[in-house]
Write a protein that binds this ligand. Structure first.
Ligand code: F6R
Length: 610
């Protein structure tokens, strides 16, 4: 989704802003733009369709300089991804770049048009620029005009705005879309995400919904929704800026796949107590009185996070014996869910900004549920709005396709299942200990997989021209099948379906012929024999079997066309291991096909529209 970078300081800021936009490219976009104050009263603006490199080309042909500016990458919502619709947008003395959706923009546009204002784009953003410009006539200054405009706007926004008439100021506003502010001794920054400006500062302030801020070279002033000055706490970000770089890997996705052993150690760090066979989740603010009465858990999420939620159902129901519902966030709020004060609603989200998940979380809260989130991005909106937070600590995930965020989600869900099971007395200390040991063994098991990539490269060579793939799994491997199919679709553009193995005979078996690769996810678990029978049914119809099995498997590996061996681990952590295998299948097929792996077409990393 869109990304914004704003700068006001002492240096020539065009390279700083362009570099910041590069760090936001992972969000997914289809056009870009840059505005710089060349002199106090001359603003230079360039915009380009497509990749940031197109904008950079225009800039290099005719570079310009200035120490105040803003840049934007746009993921089209209102209007095609053309140059004319690209941000920044101009109205009178105003230049503005925006992330979000203005829901009442048509009403505002008509009103402003009736006052004689002319629009050059199809965007909702240009309407905001005009609205602020029209409010300037009766306002004390730009900030005042922005606040007057905000009182008429409905929707989500995070924007940076400047005016030729106020050369010493950048004004920022945020509501239900991410925006962070940073400052060093020379400059103030505003950005949609931390990596954009992490090389310039480690100190960040996170705005609340409804906040506005005035940035000058000397200071940052923040105002709440009522317009009153407020202090928002400054957070020190510990990540190394380099952790958001490719570090020699061909793609961010591959780097992030390889990071998983380390990130899982980070997720577990300080949270496991082997002696007690328990998990230390003091940070999770759920009191004993609530835990005693909780009678239902609803997990809400989208995409890959939803599949993690499905695995979570197996883990929590199976071991903590609390009923778990799993809902697609985009469906939850429209299905009139049954919720009361004994319901725990858990939102799972890597970004913490997914609009559907946020809306579902708010709905659950409104209906009286206690809320919690499993989230990767600190201080994200979902984290801030949840009663309790369990951070995954996967570090910045840049590739659009989620990998390390999802395996660390599974680790977080495992810890939660142990923690709940121990508190509900459904799990003994010994059981807890065995599970913790299994979790601690996961990084080494993943490293074993990562040490031999040849089978995945072979699969890519043999099957990259297939039209469609079928992924089969049973029990906790069923969500892995769904995740494998999603990952393949996303980055290789090959159609794929995930199915519960037992369901195949009820329909999709009709698709199977000698051209259909079938990824059978069949580690040695309680339902292994059943999965084998289902795979044999597919084999009997000439399907090409790619079997993900445990080392030493002497059954499925005999009939499979390609065998991927994974290490033997405790059944409860098997989905974490098989996730890695399906990630690698997709990655190498997409790499073989030469697709844009880190930024697949039409996709955005942080989906901030419903
Ligand atoms: C798939 C993927 C998406 C996200 C989904 C939810 O690889 O990344 O399906 O999982 O958009 O995003 P978050 O977890 O940020 O809420």
């Amino acid at each position: 989704m869109c990304g914004v970078v704003g700068y006001i300081g002492q240096e020539n800021c065009a390279p700083i802003i362009l570099n910041g936009l590069k760090k936001l490219e992972y969000r997914g976009y289809d056009s870009a733009g840059l505005a710089i104050s060349e002199t106090p009263d001359v603003l230079k603006i360039i915009r380009a369709e497509g990749k940031l490199s197109n904008l950079e080309r225009i800039f290099t042909q005719e570079p310009f300089e200035g120490s105040r500016g803003l840049g934007h990458i746009r993921w089209a919502t209102h209007g095609a991804p053309t140059e004319v619709n690209a941000h920044p947008h101009v109205a009178g003395s105003i230049v503005l770049a925006h992330n979000g959706i203005i829901e009442n923009y048509l009403y505002l546009r008509d009103k402003l048009a009736s006052e004689g204002r002319e629009f050059t784009s199809a965007t909702d953003t240009e309407v905001v620029a005009h609205l602020i410009d029209s409010e300037l006539e009766n306002a004390d200054d730009l900030h005042h005009a922005v606040r007057k405009a905000l009182s008429q706007i409905e929707g989500s926004y995070a924007f940076v705005v400047m005016s030729v008439n106020e050369p010493e100021t950048l004004v920022v506003a945020r509501n239900a879309a991410p925006m962070v502010l940073g400052r060093n001794e020379n400059a103030a920054f505003a950005a949609s995400d931390i990596p954009a400006v992490l090389e310039h500062t480690r100190k960040f302030v996170f705005l609340n919904d409804g906040d506005t801020a005035v940035l000058t070279r000397e200071k940052t002033s923040i105002f709440d929704a009522q317009g009153l000055p407020v202090d928002r706490p400054e957070k020190l970000i510990q990540w190394d800026p380099i952790s958001a770089e490719k570090q020699g890997y061909k793609h961010f996705m591959l780097k992030e796949i390889f990071e998983q052993p380390t990130r899982i150690i980070d997720t577990l760090r300080g949270r496991t107590d082997l002696d007690a066979g328990d998990i230390n989740l003091n940070e999770v603010d759920l009191d004993d009185a609530f835990l005693e009465q909780v009678n239902k858990i609803t997990i809400i999420a989208c995409g890959t996070s939803y599949y993690s939620a499905m695995v979570g159902k197996y883990l929590i129901e199976g071991h903590a014996r609390i009923p778990v519902e799993v809902d697609l966030a985009s469906e939850y709020r429209y299905r009139n869910p049954i919720v009361d004060g004994k319901t725990l609603c858990i939102a799972i989200s890597q970004s913490g900004e997914t609009a559907d998940t946020l809306a579902a979380l708010r709905e659950a809260k409104k209906l009286g549920a206690k809320t919690m989130c499993i989230c990767n991005v600190i201080e994200s909106t979902i984290a801030r709005e949840s009663d309790a937070i369990l951070y995954t600590h996967a570090g910045p995930e840049i590739a659009v396709a989620s990998t390390k965020a999802s395996t660390t989600q599974l680790v977080a869900l495992s810890m939660l299942a142990i923690w709940l099971g121990r508190r509900k007395n459904t799990m003994s200390a010994e059981d807890g200990r065995a599970w913790i040991e299994a979790l601690r063994a996961v990084p080494t098991a993943i490293e074993t997989i990562l040490n031999d990539l040849d089978p995945y490269k072979d699969i890519a060579k043999q099957f990259s021209s297939a039209i469609s793939f079928l992924y089969l799994g049973r029990g906790a491997q069923f969500p892995v099948a769904l995740e494998g199919a999603l990952k393949l679709k996303e980055i290789s553009y090959i159609h794929a379906e995930g199915y519960a193995s037992g369901e195949m005979k009820h329909g999709p078996i009709a698709l199977i012929d000698e051209n259909m690769p079938i990824v059978a996810i069949a580690p040695n678990d309680d339902v292994y024999e059943k999965t084998v029978s289902n795979v044999m049914e597919a084999k009997a119809r000439q399907g090409k079997i790619i079997a993900i099995v445990e080392e030493g498997d002497d059954n499925l590996s005999r009939v499979a066309d390609v065998v991927i061996e994974i290490p033997t681990v405790d059944q409860r952590v098997q989905p974490i291991i098989t996730y890695v295998a399906v990630q690698l299948i997709s990655y190498f097929i997409a790499d073989f096909k030469g697709t844009d792996i880190d930024q697949p077409r039409n996709l955005a990393k942080s989906v901030t529209v419903e």
